[in-house]
Design a protein around this ligand. Structure first.
Ligand code: SAM
Ligand code: SF4
Length: 333
């Protein structure tokens, strides 16, 4: 039966997918996300507790939310994330829990996360070369991420997805090695176009390495890619397989082919602010509503109003675009 309470915005998009940032802290410093130093983190006392996160999820499940992804900052630097996964997995109506992680702490946590009920894992890795990794992340942890990927496979995650941000004049040489990795390990590589969410405001359109260019490099250097039938029409990635059927590649073309019109996501930041879009300039303070003992109906009304106010798209490709004050690490990617 159709749920009459679904979170539908004014463009008819149904929102069932909640991304929860569990912390804004991180153990590395990717230049496209965080400043190199003097990072302003939210004080620990202002971070949503696990109980508050669970309370919020329980409230929005009757509105049709059934998919959750934990993110950050680096979600695994927060203590006891497998416990949170267990708490979320126990909520009736939650069908799917995922995590996006830089992978460094996976050797410690992959199995616990799997056992707690997590099934979807995206590991971020932009280079298959330790020096380039260090240039991007300002840290020397390449081998740890590679170990993390192995731990995810060993724990039973299938597929393991790898997110690689693509940046012009920086990551071109990584494309063919990633293509080969997809073929050799079965990991799904997803190339993400660089978005204007960096802390240093250094984003420029010229720095975006576009999906169609990457596709061309792979087709020339390995073999042609053929489009895969899209099972989830709300998925941000457009998926391809190599012509011989071995190896999958996805493209998240946020700049060259925005998927805003099929977006089904909204976000809760680590400090409890609800955002209807990564690029939104407005937020709804859920944590404050909790702390002022607002009744559930008032909180639900605030959620509905936030979704109703969602804009048609992100406007990056227009002169109207304004980069949000919060960089990616502070929103939760
Ligand atoms: N720390 C975790 C990680 O890196 O996977 C989770 C949070 S991170 C903000 C989530 C995703 O956003 C990562 O895949 C990261 O590469 C991506 N990301 C961060 N800043 C970005 C930007 N400016 N443009 C495109 N993707 C970005
Ligand atoms: Fe940390 Fe992820 Fe941002 Fe890199 S992209 S600095 S790993 S939060």
């Amino acid at each position: 039966m159709e749920n009459q309470n679904q979170l539908i915005d004014s463009f008819g998009r149904v929102h069932n997918n909640l991304r929860i940032s569990v912390t804004d802290r991180c153990n590395i410093r990717c230049f496209y996300c965080m400043p190199s130093e003097d990072v302003q983190f939210v004080h620990r006392s202002k971070i949503m507790s696990f109980e508050e996160i669970v309370r919020f999820v329980r409230l929005v499940v009757p509105l049709g939310v059934n998919k959750i992804r934990l993110t950050g900052g680096e979600p695994l630097v927060r203590k006891d994330v497998p416990e949170l996964v267990k708490m979320l997995a126990a909520i009736p109506g939650i069908k799917d829990i995922g995590i996006t992680t830089n992978g460094i702490l996976l050797p410690q946590y992959a199995q616990q996360l799997y056992d707690a009920g997590l099934r979807r894992i995206n590991i971020s890795l932009d280079a298959l070369n330790a020096e380039k990794f260090k240039e991007i992340t300002r840290r020397d942890d390449y081998e740890k991420v590679r170990e993390g990927i192995k731990s995810a496979h060993a724990a039973g995650f299938d597929p393991v997805k790898i997110n690689a941000v693509s940046i012009r004049n920086l990551t071109e040489e990584e494309i063919i090695p990633f293509g080969r990795l997809a073929r050799e390990t079965g990991a799904e590589i997803r190339f993400i176009e660089f978005m204007p969410l960096d802390a240093d405001n250094q984003w420029e359109r010229e720095k975006v390495l576009f999906a169609h260019e990457i596709q061309e490099i792979i087709s020339q250097g390995i073999m042609p890619l053929v489009p895969e039938e899209q099972h989830d029409k709300n998925a941000p990635a457009t998926n391809f397989v190599f012509e011989d059927g071995i190896g999958r590649i996805g493209f998240i073309s946020s700049i060259s082919a925005p998927f805003c019109m099929s977006c089904n996501r909204f976000r809760l930041t680590a400090d409890g602010k609800l955002r209807n879009c990564l690029f939104s300039l407005d937020e709804t303070n859920i944590r404050e509503l909790f702390h002022t003992n607002a009744p559930d109906e008032q909180i639900l009304e605030a959620v509905r109003n936030s979704i109703a106010a969602k804009k048609e798209g992100h406007e990056i490709n227009t002169a109207r675009f304004i980069q949000p004050d919060r960089p990616m690490y502070s929103i939760g990617g």
